[in-house]
Design a protein around this ligand. Structure first.
Ligand code: ZN
Length: 64
C-alpha cells in the first residue's frame, strides 16, 4: 500500500533496522520539515539511515 506523508501527518513512523534492530520513531509532522509532503512511506524507508550502524534502506517500518 502506498501512503503519502501528507495523508498521515498526525501519525508517526517507527523504523526498525534490519541489521542491528535499532528502532527510530519519527513524527510525520517533523519529517515534513525536511522532506516533501508527496513523499511516500516507502521512499522514507529507502532513505532512512540507521543512526547506530549507518545502514541505509535495509529496514522495516510501521505507521501508528
Ligand atoms: Zn542499524
Amino acid at each position: 500500500m502506498i501512503t503519502m506523508l501528507k495523508d498521515i501527518v498526525h501519525k508517526k513512523i517507527s523504523i526498525t533496522c534490519a541489521v542491528c534492530k535499532h528502532v527510530v520513531a519519527h513524527k510525520i509532522a517533523n519529517l515534513l520539515l525536511v522532506v516533501d509532503e508527496d513523499m511516500t512511506t516507502h521512499e522514507v524507508r529507502l532513505r532512512a539511515t540507521c543512526p547506530k550502524c549507518l545502514t541505509v534502506g535495509d529496514n522495516s517500518y510501521t505507521v501508528e
